[in-house]
Design a protein around this ligand. Structure first.
Ligand code: HEC
Ligand code: HEC
Ligand code: HEC
Length: 431
C-alpha cells in the first residue's frame, strides 16, 4: 500500500517536473516585455527626427564596436567572443535583407533588445548584452532602430559559431534566462538629479559596463547584487572594481573620470586591452553631457553624495629595503626613460606609474601582463599619441620581472605582498 502511494507520488512528481521543463523550453516563462504600441512601422518623419538620438545611443551601447571587425565593414559582425564552450561570433546587423537585419520589423527589434529573442523565436546567447539593453525605454529603442536601419547594407554572411554553439541548444537558453535574466528597471533614487538618472540609465543599460566590471556566477550570469565590484578575467586582464568608493580611493573625481572616459587617458593610467575598445569606440565618441552623466553616476556613493578623491598611496617602508632595490634598478634602466624617474609619466610619451591602476590593484595580473606583453600602439582622442609600450618577455627573466613588480607595487601602489617568479610564469604568452 505504502510503496504504491510512494510510487504514484514519484511518478506524479516526475510528470510535473517534465511538464515544467517542457514549458521552460518552449519559452512560456519568457513573455514579451515589448511596449504594446510598436506594431506600426515608423514614419519617415519620425525616422528622420530620431536619427541623431539613435546615433548617440548606438555609441553608448557600442553596437558597432562589437558588431564590426577592426578593419572590417561597419556593422557586418564577425567579431569572435571566446567562451569555455566554444567561440561565438557577433552577427551582421546592417539592414541587408539576406544576411543582416533588413527584415526586422520595429517590433522584432524591440524584442531583441528587451528580451534577447530574435525573429522566429531564436533565443540569443548572452554574448549579446540583452540583460543590460533590457532596461532601454521604448522611445530609445525606436531611435536605435531608425539609426541602424539607415546605415549602408553590407552583404556579408555570418561566421559559423564553434563548439557547443553549433548544436541546436538555443531553446536551452530559456533555463539560463530563468535564473540569470531578472526583469530589471532603469535605476531610480529619491531626490536624484537628472544627471544621475541619465548616467544610471546608460551605465546599467546600453553602456553594459557591468558585462565586464560585475562578477559572474557559475552559470556565467551577471551577479547584479555585486554590481561593478570587478573581479573576473576578460581577455587575460582582471577587470577592476569601479564602485564609487574604489574610484575615489584611486584619486578620481567626476571631472577626471569624465576626462578618462572621453580621452582614454588619466593621471591613473591609459585605457588598454578591452577597456581601450570601450573608450575608443564608445565613450570618447559620445556627447560630453552623457559622459559627464556616466562619471557623476559612478562617483556617487550609496548615500547619494559625490565621493571626494583620496590622495595616492604613500611608498611602503619595504620599498627601500635591500631586496627590493634590485627592482628599482630594473625600473631605472628599462622603464624610467618613458615613465619618468619618479613614475610621474611623460606627456605624449607614457602614463604615470605612481598611483597607476595596474600598479595599485590587489591583483598583479594586469601589471605583469603589460610588462611581459606590452601594449600595441593606440591612438587617443584628438590624435594624442603615445609611444608603443614594448613587451619585456624576451628581455627580462621571471625573477627580474617579479622583483620589478614587487618594488613598483610597494613604491607606488601601497601593495606590500611580494610577487613571485611563479606568478610571472603563470601569465600566458602574448597571442
Ligand atoms: C558585447 C558585444 C555586443 C554588443 C555591445 C552588442 N552586441 Fe548585438 N550581438 C552580439 C552577439 C555576440 C550577437 C549574436 C548572438 C547569438 O548568436 O546568439 C548579437 C546579436 C545581435 C542581434 C541579432 C541579430 C540576428 O541574428 O538576428 C541584434 C539585432 C543585435 N545584436 C543588435 C545590437 C545592437 C542594436 C547593439 C547596441 C545597442 C548591440 N547589438 C550591441 C554582441 C554584441
Ligand atoms: C618606449 C616607452 C616605454 C617603455 C620603455 C616602457 N613603457 Fe610602459 N607604457 C608605455 C606607453 C606609451 C604606455 C601606454 C600605452 C597605451 O595605453 O597606449 C605604457 C603602459 C604601461 C602600463 C599600463 C598602464 C597604463 O596606464 O597604460 C604599465 C603597467 C607599464 N607601461 C609599465 C612599464 C614598465 C614596468 C616598464 C619597464 C619594464 C615600461 N612600462 C617600459 C611606454 C613605455
Ligand atoms: C569589454 C570589457 C569592458 C567593458 C564593457 C567596460 N570595461 Fe572598463 N575596464 C575593462 C578592463 C579590462 C579594465 C582594466 C584595464 C584598463 O585600466 O584599461 C577597465 C578599466 C576601467 C576603468 C579604470 C579602472 C579604475 O580603477 O580606475 C574605468 C573607470 C572603467 N573601466 C570604466 C568603465 C565604464 C564606465 C564602462 C561602461 C561604459 C566600462 N568600463 C566598460 C573592461 C571593460
Amino acid at each position: 500500500m505504502k510503496s504504491n502511494r510512494l510510487r504514484n507520488g514519484l511518478v506524479g512528481f516526475i510528470g510535473v517536473a517534465v511538464l515544467l521543463a517542457l514549458a521552460v523550453l518552449l519559452g512560456v516563462f519568457r513573455p514579451s516585455t515589448v511596449a504594446p504600441d510598436v506594431q506600426q512601422p515608423l514614419t519617415d518623419a519620425q525616422t528622420r527626427e530620431l536619427l541623431p538620438r539613435g546615433r548617440e545611443l548606438a555609441l553608448a551601447g557600442n553596437c558597432m564596436g562589437c558588431h564590426s571587425l577592426p578593419q572590417g565593414p561597419r556593422g557586418a559582425g564577425g567579431v569572435p567572443i571566446d567562451t569555455p564552450f566554444g567561440t561565438l561570433y557577433s552577427t551582421n546587423i546592417t539592414p541587408d535583407k539576406t544576411y543582416g537585419i533588413g527584415k526586422y520589423s520595429r517590433e522584432d527589434f524591440h524584442r531583441v533588445l528587451r528580451d534577447g529573442i530574435a525573429p522566429g523565436n531564436r533565443n540569443l546567447y548572452p554574448g549579446m548584452p540583452f540583460v543590460f539593453t533590457h532596461i532601454t525605454r521604448a522611445e530609445d529603442i525606436d531611435a536605435l532602430y531608425a539609426y541602424i536601419m539607415s546605415l549602408p547594407s553590407i552583404t556579408e554572411p555570418n561566421v559559423a559559431n564553434t563548439g557547443v554553439f553549433r548544436l541546436p541548444v538555443r531553446p536551452f537558453m530559456n533555463f539560463w534566462a530563468l535564473i540569470n535574466f531578472p526583469d530589471r528597471q532603469p535605476p531610480v533614487r529619491e531626490g536624484a538629479s537628472e544627471q544621475w538618472l541619465r548616467g544610471a540609465y546608460l551605465v546599467e543599460g546600453l553602456g553594459h559596463c557591468g558585462a565586464c566590471h560585475t562578477p559572474r556566477n557559475v552559470t556565467m550570469g551577471v551577479s547584479f547584487a555585486r554590481s561593478l565590484e570587478g573581479g573576473d578575467v576578460v581577455d587575460g586582464l582582471v577587470v577592476p572594481d569601479i564602485t564609487a568608493q574604489t574610484l575615489a580611493k584611486r584619486g578620481f573625481n567626476t571631472q577626471s573620470l569624465s576626462e578618462y572616459l572621453s580621452s582614454g587617458i588619466s593621471a591613473q593610467g591609459t585605457a588598454f586591452g578591452s577597456m581601450y575598445t570601450v573608450t575608443h569606440f564608445s565613450t570618447s565618441a559620445m556627447q560630453a553631457a552623457d559622459v559627464d552623466a556616466i562619471a557623476s553616476y559612478l562617483m556617487t556613493g550609496k548615500d547619494g553624495q559625490l565621493l571626494k578623491p583620496a590622495k595616492g598611496p604613500e611608498p611602503l617602508p619595504a620599498a627601500s629595503d635591500t631586496p627590493l632595490q634590485r627592482g628599482r634598478l630594473s625600473y631605472l634602466s628599462a622603464c624610467a626613460g618613458c615613465h619618468g624617474t619618479n613614475g610621474e609619466g611623460i606627456p605624449n610619451v607614457a602614463p604615470p606609474m605612481n598611483g597607476n591602476i595596474a600598479v595599485v590593484m590587489d591583483s598583479p595580473v594586469n601589471l605583469l601582463t603589460v610588462i611581459l606583453q606590452g601594449v600595441p600602439t593606440q591612438t587617443f582622442t584628438g590624435n594624442q599619441r603615445m609611444y608603443a609600450m614594448p613587451g619585456f618577455a624576451d628581455r627580462m627573466s621571471a625573477e627580474e620581472v617579479a622583483g620589478l613588480a614587487s618594488w613598483m607595487r610597494a613604491q607606488w601602489g601601497g601593495q606590500g605582498k611580494a610577487i613571485t617568479a611563479e606568478q610571472v610564469e603563470a601569465i600566458a604568452p602574448a597571442k
